[in-house]
Write a protein that binds this ligand. Structure first.
Ligand code: PLP
Length: 445
């Protein structure tokens, strides 16, 4: 484990005098002149923001800067009432009749069709089910079933852990028939060949925020007969996605991030129409062609419903639908433009306010390659994120040394960006990050 040097808080002048003795990046740059009026600029951008009224649709304290909507989206104002109605009215009064009278039974498909509209899929290509991890299992096993002569599943080293872990489980379950190959960054494409069944990639990298060119990668994979599974967890509701134009095979994604579906919201799976004949490995009764015929033998539903497994989580679906409906009302072009502007403002503020404190941008500055979060590396990233939280600026820490700031254009204001970076500057100048409690690692970061 890396040794962390502890510094006692000292007056600024003392820090400046001992600059050379401080851990990398913690030296003060208090003498730096701040020239740009970012607050004025941010206020003007907020006043002209065509999406600004969406913030009123969320429960968010005015003095809270929430930069973690890419990990757990904020609570829509309409969700508590919708959940109360689902619980008291539909469950409490309607009881089992609500499967039909409240249309619970069609919720996975109904909400799936709404998400299809957000990701460039056709109706009947997306369904809500299970978690992203479980849907990765379904997509991987489906791709392997469609490429029975191939023995390799391929991914990127440093992909989101659950993607890699699910691959490892699938490979172990195959009894040695399937092998995993991972390679860093763009070099993963060098490993495409006619022994690869499936390539599993995340479109927007969870750490760096870098966007993969979905159409180009899919084309390169298809040239070798490889099926591609896109993890859209940091894409859906964050950037324009066009699965149809990319000729994508499979995709999965989260309901609780940019879609604001609530903690542990059910996930979605996309299966291109042309692959929907595949026999699902998770052949549960809700994916059966006639679940209520109670037949002994499994017969998969004709379409996307076969990728359901067990009974749908009705309460989670109700909350998710509110978030998806809200997202569907926003114009994706406007969302993307605001997301990039928020990022540009964040980077400009960081350069001017925190330029001397040793932060390294690990996200692409190039807007064409940047998703909707920004990450900076810093040796004291963990303690600084905790210190920010203590001042109501919520970002997150991703091991080993990344501070991650989600930019959710539905409810984030430009002034929030300025508040976040000025708060970080103050924490650096005063050494306020260096308190024992900020060095304690929680079970969730
Ligand atoms: C958040 C995230 C997941 C989460 O998977 P769960 O099964 O919902 O825990 C998966 N993949 C990526 C890329 C993510 O960012």
């Amino acid at each position: 484990m890396r040794q962390q040097r502890r510094l006692k808080s000292r007056p600024r002048s003392h820090i400046a005098a001992q600059k050379g003795a401080l851990p990398a990046g913690c030296a003060a740059s208090g003498d730096k002149r701040l020239t740009t009026d970012f607050s004025g600029l941010a206020a003007a951008l907020d006043a002209a923001d065509p999406l600004r009224h969406f913030r009123d649709d969320f429960i968010l304290r005015d003095d809270l800067v929430y930069l973690d909507g890419n990990s757990l989206g904020a609570l829509p104002k309409a969700t508590p009432a919708r959940l109360a109605e689902t619980v008291r009215g539909e469950w409490g009064e309607g009881l089992i009749n609500s499967w039909l009278s409240a249309d619970w039974v069609n919720a996975p498909r109904r909400i799936g069709d709404k998400i299809a509209g957000l990701v460039g899929a056709s109706p009947g290509e997306v369904i809500i089910a299970d978690s992203t991890s479980v849907n990765i299992f379904k997509a991987l096993t489906s791709a392997m079933a469609l490429r029975p002569d191939r023995r390799v599943i391929l991914s990127e080293a440093g992909n989101f852990p659950t993607d890699l872990y699910m691959m490892q489980g699938v490979a172990a379950f195959s009894g040695g028939r399937t092998r995993i190959v991972t390679a860093p960054g763009a070099s993963v494409l060098d490993h495409l060949n006619d022994d690869v069944a499936a390539l599993l990639l995340t479109q927007v990298h969870y750490k760096t925020g870098e966007i993969r060119d979905m159409a180009a990668v899919t084309r390169a994979a298809h040239d070798k007969g490889v099926l591609v599974i896109w993890d859209l967890s940091h894409s859906v509701g964050a950037i324009p996605v066009d699965l149809g134009a990319a000729n994508a095979d499979f995709a999965v994604g989260c309901g609780y991030k940019f879609l604001n579906g609530g903690p542990g919201a059910p996930a979605f799976i996309f299966v291109a129409q042309r692959h929907q004949h595949v026999m699902p490995a998770l052949s549960g009764w809700f994916g059966h062609a006639r679940p209520f015929a109670f037949e002994d033998d499994y017969a998969p539903a004709p379409g996307i419903e076969r990728f359901l497994c067990g009974t749908p989580p009705v309460l989670g679906l109700a909350a998710l639908e509110v978030g998806v409906d809200l997202m569907a009302r926003a114009d994706m072009g406007a969302l993307r433009q605001k997301s990039l502007r928020l990022g540009d403002l964040f980077m400009a503020c960081m350069a001017e306010y925190c330029g001397g404190f040793g932060f390294t941008l690990v996200s692409p500055a190039d807007p064409a390659r940047r998703g909707s979060h920004l990450s900076y590396a810093h040796p004291q990233a963990h303690a600084m994120v905790q210190a920010l939280k203590a001042r109501d600026v919520i970002g997150d820490f991703r091991a080993l040394d990344i501070m991650r700031f989600g930019l959710t254009p539905l409810y984030l204001r430009y002034v929030d960006v300025v508040t976040a970076v000025t708060t970080l500057r103050d924490i650096c100048l005063t050494g306020a990050w260096d308190r024992p409690e900020f060095h304690v690692r929680g079970a969730v970061t």
